[in-house]
Design a protein around this ligand. Structure first.
Ligand SMILES: Cc1ncc(COP(=O)(O)O)c(C=O)c1O
Length: 293
């Protein structure tokens, strides 16, 4: 972002975008504003507000293909349309969806019919691609050249090691072939099943079916206790709390695999429901040592 956005330019970023995106925006310009999560009306309002006072400055709009804490996606055709209307550039981070959802593994962009139509796409190789590093893709030659020369991590950091690159290429081969289609169908079947079972248990899952199933608890302490109880029973979950998510909206991030069997999913749902109930009933830790009032 520091190579694409000058100090006088603007970044409009989804309020729940990943910390790395928010840090990139903050490093590029002081003119950073957040639009409400996935809210295109608010985005339009902010775009119009900037254009009312700055007709020529660049505006970068930043969002994600699949939000990893909420399992939801923005309306990408509308966002790209708004960017065109207000002379802004759209950047979509597909770290969590590329390879894992969408036709041929094309993620939220492919699922929404926007393949080849988003200004700038970036992704991490640390999820579906089982490696490290990432990529930026764009159709504008000038943007590509600017990034090659002025993006710090490209120019001044070492490239992926051969083994990391080979891992990414092999994952890409799997994700774009028949095996990928089968794996995605299996992981989606598991996600739909787990969400239904958790709902039957009276639990609340956020977002839409995807390999990420966020299970809402709200309370930070209960989320931590539930994570610990589940780890003891060998169900590995990611307890998410502030600053990963806003205060008071802690949750368990469940990440499914294609190779989880239906029996494992059923067992996990029972264990999750039981652990969450026990955690919510557990006495809360005292805020102050006793005796201090
Ligand atoms: C949306 C998003 N972008 C970027 C990253 C950073 O990925 P990495 O840790 O591979 O640099 C993450 C990591 O979780 C992410 O969720």
């Amino acid at each position: 972002m520091t190579s694409l956005v000058h100090g006088n330019d603007h970044v409009l970023i989804d309020a729940l975008a990943h910390a790395s995106l928010r840090q990139g925006a903050a490093a590029a310009t002081r003119n950073v504003a957040a639009f409400r999560h996935n809210d295109c009306d608010h985005l339009r309002e902010l775009l119009a507000g900037i254009r009312a006072v700055d007709a020529g400055g660049a505006i970068l709009v930043v969002t994600e293909g699949l939000f990893s804490m909420d399992a939801d996606s923005p309306d990408l055709p509308l966002m790209q349309y708004l960017c065109r209307e207000y002379g802004a550039t759209l950047l979509v981070d597909v770290a969590h969806d590329l390879g894992a959802i969408g036709p041929g593994g094309t993620g939220a962009i492919g699922a929404q019919g926007m393949l080849g139509k988003i200004d700038i796409v970036m992704g991490a190789f640390s999820k579906t691609f089982a490696s490290n590093g990432g990529f930026v893709a764009c159709s504008e030659r000038s943007v590509r050249r600017q990034l090659q020369l002025f993006a710090g991590p490209h120019m001044f950091s070492n490239a992926l090691s051969p083994v990391q690159a080979a891992t990414v290429l092999e994952c890409l081969r799997i994700a774009t072939g028949d095996e990928g289609e089968r794996l995605r169908a299996d992981v989606m079947r598991n996600a739909v099943e787990l969400r239904a079972l958790l709902q039957e248990e009276g639990m609340r899952c956020l977002g839409k079916p995807s390999p990420i199933v966020p299970l809402w608890l709200g309370s930070e302490s209960a989320t931590r206790v539930a994570g610990m109880l589940l780890a003891r029973e060998q169900v590995f979950v990611n307890p998410m709390e502030f600053p990963g998510v806003p205060l008071g909206s802690a949750r368990l991030r469940l990440q499914l695999m294609a190779r989880h069997t239906p029996a494992q999913v059923r067992r996990a749902a029972r264990q999750l429901a039981s652990a969450v109930r026990r955690a919510l009933e557990a006495p809360r830790p005292a805020l102050r040592p006793s005796g201090e009032g």
